[in-house]
Design a protein around this ligand. Structure first.
Ligand code: RTP
Ligand code: MG
Length: 148
């Protein structure tokens, strides 16, 4: 079963929409296998967003993601990586469709509420960066028989 790393960014935590966001993925049928409220350090932020190191917005991005607590999560399910990206909507909320998380809650590209892994490689890398193996829970839900 595929896994992805999702994170409610500091703006989402401050705006009290952790529950709303978790609820969307639960209702879709995905399974939460790990979660924690945490403060991201500068070093973790720089590693997490390493692919953007040369971009002009890198400094702002690191400052923003370390500006307050985030809610880090690992979710499991068939095609969860691509589906979660669809549910998040486009990076810039101007382009994000209504019904997506960024389309419904975001206004600016800098404060766009949620992060999600963009490929199986990023998912594996980001899960390892944020979670220890023992923080992830293996369990079966009987409800899954009605989903798959
Ligand atoms: P994320 O990594 O946070 O899930 O977002 P994403 O894949 O949709 O977008 P990505 O290209 O990876 O960019 C990472 C974050 O950088 C900020 N950004 N700012 N000022 C700008 O032009 C600009 N472009 C990107 C966004 O907050 C984006 O989520
Ligand atoms: Mg990205």
């Amino acid at each position: 079963m595929e896994r992805t790393f999702l994170m409610v960014k500091p703006d989402g935590v401050q705006r009290n929409i952790i529950g709303e966001i978790v609820s969307r993925f639960e209702k879709k049928g995905f399974q939460l296998v790990g979660a924690k409220l945490m403060q991201v350090s500068t070093s973790l932020a720089e590693q997490h967003y390493g692919e953007h190191k040369e971009k002009p917005f890198f400094g702002e991005l690191v400052d923003f993601i370390t500006s307050g607590p985030v809610f880090a999560m690992v979710w499991e399910g068939e095609n969860v990586i691509a589906t979660a990206r669809q549910m998040m909507g486009s990076t810039n909320p101007i382009d994000a469709q209504p019904g997506t998380i960024r389309g419904d809650f975001g206004l600016t590209v800098g404060k766009n509420v949620i992060h999600g892994s963009d490929s199986p490689e990023s998912a594996e890398r980001e899960i390892k960066l944020f979670f220890k193996e023992e923080e992830l829970v293996h369990y079966t839900k009987l409800m899954n028989d009605w989903i798959y």
